[in-house]
Design a protein around this ligand. Structure first.
Ligand code: CO
Length: 470
């Protein structure tokens, strides 16, 4: 080992995004983040993931914060560290496909407000859905990382992953991430996968997984030994369970090896000390449920992400049909197969899960088909790795011609229209994008913001035609 060339592993810290999204429903506020970022900035992380995913929605909806303002504050504080975000390709941070002009504008504004690295993925791994955002990111001088939604199934052979990696390199992306949202990648499979990807491409490889099934830190070790360049970890008070492996543990694991990250454990300990009392508060309030901290082996048995399992349970509870749980779990892979065997990640996980529940509850498969299932089978989300079950597709779409082009090609530019719709609320350019993504939630936030401003400065009310009582 000692004669090997040094190849320090990079560490992406997820505490400000995925870790709190996975454990406490994305409820960490900017105020809770700011006091520690000066220390975090001294660690020497490869990057800090701090934006995107559910953070945007949760900021507006629950925390009554402007997500753009959070990003600017983090940018001010992180003087030496790259800031990273997660983006769902043509869906941006929302749940539908947006027109290219909205996607381009969103990427431009994300980078202008402080993002360095954009991790972009598509639920179906349909690279056409990533073209616009990758191009925009590169144009704005950002680092475009394409994430592959990792999943298992007949279609997902090593050749499939190698081929897609080559295509990603051809698209002009700067790096590749294996995004294992369910914790399905087991250690020795990680060796195979990373080795294969390294053969196929010269792009840096990053691995993102969750601790859900209990194997994640071993998976990181095997992946790094096989050449993985960067891993995603969370500082220990927000690690494990449905979150990532602990930063300190991985740093210690590689210490003194060619993969030594060089990060300072004393500094990491101080950062952990900052978050630990918060964890206690979240545990006491019930925001952090000890249930999500255990090992959930069912995720490996059923190949279903942890979040999807809990969604199925709550849907069945609502329908007073909890006894159908096992039946639904057996139905999920069948629906997934009919739907072209997509990875199960937002939004495909919700689409497949809800349809599986309906199939079981109705006592007849596809007696009822959801709007979203129909859209998927109509090609509105893009192309799946395998063809749809023709019979099921026919049942859902009838004689409608399925979409086979890039779905966004069917969407007219929409930025001007959106801007006109929300003009009365606009206080900054970025507000247009908040509104484009979450119209109702953003509108409520804008009204709240205005009311707050009026409270602080009653003259604002005058400027707004005296709409607010003094
Ligand atoms: Co994740």
């Amino acid at each position: 080992m000692s004669e090997q060339v040094k190849k320090p592993v990079g560490i992406t810290e997820t505490v400000l995004r995925d870790a709190h999204q996975s454990l406490i429903a994305t409820r960490m506020s900017t105020e809770q983040m700011l006091p520690i970022i000066d220390k975090m900035d001294k660690v020497g992380y490869h990057s800090v993931e701090c934006w995107g995913g559910a953070t945007f929605d949760a900021s507006l909806r629950f925390l009554k914060e402007d997500p753009w303002d959070r990003l600017r504050k983090l940018r001010d504080g992180f003087k030496n560290t790259k800031l990273q975000m997660l983006l769902r390709g043509q869906n941006l941070l929302g749940y539908r496909h947006y027109a290219d002009d909205v996607v381009e504008y969103f990427v431009q504004k994300s980078i202008a407000n402080g993002i360095d690295i954009i991790r972009i993925f598509d639920a179906l791994n349909d690279l056409r859905n990533l073209e616009t955002s990758v191009k925009a990111c590169v144009k704005e001088g950002g680092h475009a990382q394409i994430a592959l939604a990792y999943t298992l199934g007949d279609a997902y052979t090593l050749d499939y992953w190698k081929d897609i990696a080559k295509r990603i390199e051809d698209m002009g992306a700067n790096s590749i991430c294996i995004k294992d949202m369910a914790g399905l990648l087991v250690p020795y499979k990680a060796t195979e996968l990373v080795t294969a990807l390294k053969e196929a491409t010269s792009l840096p490889i990053q691995l993102h997984t969750h601790y859900t099934s209990g194997v994640a830190s071993m998976t990181y070790m095997k992946a790094v030994e096989a050449g993985c360049d960067v891993i995603d970890t969370a500082i220990s008070p927000l690690a494990l369970g449905t979150s990532q492996p602990a930063t300190e543990v991985m740093v210690e694991t590689f210490k003194g090896t060619p993969y030594d990250s060089g990060l300072d454990q004393n500094l990491l300990a101080e950062i952990a000390d900052y978050f630990r009392p918060m964890r206690e508060v979240w545990l006491e309030s019930g925001l952090l449920n000890p249930k999500v901290m255990g090992v959930n082996i069912k995720t490996l048995l059923y190949q279903v992400p942890g979040g999807m399992l809990s969604n199925l349970v709550s849907q069945l509870k609502d329908a007073k049909a909890e006894d159908k749980y096992e039946q639904v779990l057996e139905e999920v892979p069948r629906v997934r197969k009919d739907f072209g065997e997509p990875p199960l990640v937002t939004p495909s996980s919700q689409i497949v899960g809800t349809q599986a529940v309906l199939n079981v509850l109705m006592g007849e498969r596809y007696k009822m088909i959801t709007k979203e299932s129909k859209a998927l089978l109509h090609g509105e989300y893009g192309q799946t790795v395998k063809p749809f079950n023709a019979e099921v597709q026919k049942k859902a779409c009838g004689d409608e011609e399925p979409i086979t082009c890039r779905p966004a090609d069917k969407i007219e530019p929409e930025l001007t229209k959106i801007e006109a719709e929300m003009a009365q609320y606009k206080q900054q350019d970025e507000d247009v994008l908040s509104y484009a993504l979450f119209p109702q939630v953003a509108k409520e936030f804008f009204e709240y913001r205005e009311a707050q401003q009026t409270k602080i400065d009653p003259s604002v009310a005058d400027k707004k035609n005296g709409a607010y009582p003094v």
